[in-house]
Design a protein around this ligand. Structure first.
Ligand code: AMP
Length: 194
């Protein structure tokens, strides 16, 4: 594992624990010699984690669409900043550059990005680990909803278990390193039951 893609809020959140978590995750990446790949902005938790990685002597690679360079304040102090034509290019480049994906607390944008890479793992488009840093129980409601989808027969436990969750940055990175993708993708399982 060389680089981890981090999705997180373009806002700082209402509680300082979220900023502290972004700093702690940034420090954990640097300590593990892992580059940060992220959305390239300077706002919210995005800016916090990028600043922490750069201050710690690590590598931070930003990927930002032209339209958002001003809105999300494109970070000029990064190891690399790629300005791309649109959101689709951003998501593809972030995915291609990364060996694992992690969501920190965030809003709809963070959730959208998390669910894209999670569902792509489920479908077998990639075999990279996907995780959630569950600081202060922020993601407990989402985990409860995913467990509900399993109980109600819309997701198999195997795919629920693909999403790595931990409240501690170092422990989460260790989980990502240990991860092995399931042998079968979701469709192989479904075909067997047709
Ligand atoms: P948010 O969690 O809503 O604060 O957004 C965090 C990041 O997700 C920001 O950099 C947004 O530009 C990005 N984002 C918002 N919507 C999308 C989307 N549909 N696809 C990919 N990224 C998005």
């Amino acid at each position: 594992m060389k680089a981890v893609c981090v999705y997180c809020g373009s806002s700082p959140g209402a509680n300082p624990i979220y900023t502290e978590a972004a700093q702690a995750f940034g420090r954990a990446l640097v300590a593990s010699n892992l580059a940060l790949v992220y959305g390239g902005g300077k706002v919210g938790l995005m800016g916090v984690i990028a600043d922490t990685v750069m201050a710690g002597g690590g590598r931070a690679i930003g990927v930002i669409p032209e339209l958002l360079v001003d809105k999300e304040v494109g970070h000029v102090g990064l190891t690399e900043l790629h300005v791309v034509p649109d959101m689709h290019h951003r998501k593809k480049m972030m995915a291609d550059l990364s060996d694992a994906f992690v969501a920190l607390p965030g809003g709809a944008g963070t959730l959208e990005e998390l669910f894209e890479v999670y569902t792509w793992a489920q479908l077998g488009y990639h075999r990279k680990p996907v995780g959630v840093l569950n600081i202060g129980g922020f993601y407990d409601p989402l985990m409860a909803l995913l467990d509900h989808t399993v109980r109600e027969g819309f997701m198999r436990q195997t795919y629920r278990d693909m999403l790595q969750t931990d409240g501690d940055p170092v422990a989460l990175i260790a989980r990502l390193k240990r991860y092995h993708a399931p042998a079968k993708d979701k469709w192989a399982d479904l075909r067997e039951n047709v």
